[in-house]
Design a protein around this ligand. Structure first.
Ligand SMILES: *Cc1c(COP(=O)(O)O)cnc(C)c1O
Length: 355
């Protein structure tokens, strides 16, 4: 691969104060871009000022949805160093997503070099207050100006960065989740295992309806029968029932979350029994009635661990309380964020420094 060109942004933006940060609305001064052509492969890697760019209205991504993305974070750890969490897993997952919708793979080592270079250029944008981070959004789109249906021959790959505030500015709070029993986001054999933009489009209507009912997100059930638990919007779902940690298996319609995998590895290491198996929504409600449902939480890069206090399904409700966080949920949150911010030992070697 060619050397990465660099064009400095001569009009850098003022940096926001840590306490003003939200999620995904402020972007750093630079972005990484490279182009793909079926004959040439990936070419012209460059770091240029963040900003708009031109595309043909006929670009295939606008019509047939070849678009994939990733999400990860860079943290300023307790020693002031900038670190990332399992970034190679994100790039490998991006290649799995690419294969699923006929997009070209990237060289993961080169992508890591590009990300490190970009992070070093924009490192002053990594906020330092505990809980804040720099969100990293790699994505790829199809750019052939063509309206026939087939995979595009040209693509663009980007990495953009945005400083984000603490997901829990007022301390970690449980959320209310609505169990969707009508709509589906993905089905087995579909694109659920891939981080495909269109999966999110398919989820919006249901999420809006849940919000009208006072819930913050949706828990998806399997598309065939609406029987088995799959996952929440952008989080994998865990239950603690009778001392055991239970989460749905990766059997085709669930996104293989890196936070999910980290929780499973940590829990097993700490001696917990972890079951990756199908769990019906009936079983969850029965365990609540029997008094064996101890904790519920979601996992994902944005929140890391998000306790679920209330689960609504048809006319039934599980109420574990919106003012308490389960012990295991808290242990996972503290351990994972501790590894990320450098206060806990990184026993699995998950943290990668950028220089
Ligand atoms: C990204 C994502 C997750 C969480 O994955 P992490 O790697 O833990 O951030 C879970 N579910 C869906 C549908 C996702 O897109």
């Amino acid at each position: 691969m060619e050397k990465i060109k660099f064009l400095r942004n001569e009009n850098p933006s003022p940096k926001p104060k840590d306490e003003e940060l939200g999620f995904g609305n402020i972007f750093t001064d630079h972005m990484f871009v490279m182009d793909y052509d079926a004959d040439k492969g990936w070419y012209n890697p460059r770091i240029i000022p963040y900003g708009p760019f031109e595309m043909e209205p006929s670009s295939m991504v606008f019509h047939y949805g070849q678009a994939i993305f990733e999400g990860m974070k860079a943290y300023r750890n307790k020693d002031g160093e900038i670190v990332t969490f399992r970034p190679m897993d994100n790039f490998h997952r991006m290649n799995r997503s690419a294969r699923r919708i006929c997009m070209p793979e990237i060289d993961v080592d080169f992508a890591w070099e590009a990300l490190k270079t970009l992070l070093n250029i924009d490192k002053d944008w990594v906020p330092s207050t505990k809980g804040t981070s720099l969100y990293i959004r790699p994505f790829m789109i199809a750019t052939d100006p063509f309206l026939g249906v087939r995979p595009s021959n040209t693509y663009k790959f980007f990495i953009i960065l945005c400083p984000v505030g603490s997901y829990y500015p007022e301390g970690i709070n449980p959320v209310k989740i609505y169990v969707e029993d009508k709509y589906s986001r993905v089905a087995k054999g579909g694109t659920g295992e891939a981080k495909v933009a269109g999966n999110y489009a398919a989820s919006l209507l249901s999420a809006e309806k849940a919000k009208e009912k006072g819930y913050s997100q949706v828990l998806w059930l399997d598309a065939a029968d609406h029987t088995f638990v799959e996952e929440v919007g952008a989080m994998n779902m865990f239950f603690k029932i009778d001392g055991k940690i239970i989460t749905a298996p990766l059997d085709g319609s669930i996104l293989p979350g890196i936070t999910r995998d980290s929780v499973i590895k940590l829990a097993k290491h700490m001696g917990y029994t972890v079951e990756e198996r199908r769990i019906s929504i009936e079983e969850v409600f029965e365990s609540y009635e029997k008094g064996t449902l101890e904790e519920m939480f979601g996992t994902g890069t944005a929140a890391v661990v998000s306790p679920v206090g209330v689960l609504g399904w048809k006319d039934k409700i599980i109420d574990l309380g919106l003012d308490r966080i389960g012990e295991f949920t808290k242990l996972m949150y503290d351990t994972l964020t501790g590894i990320q911010y450098g206060t806990h030992k990184d026993i699995f070697g998950w943290v990668k420094k950028i220089d």
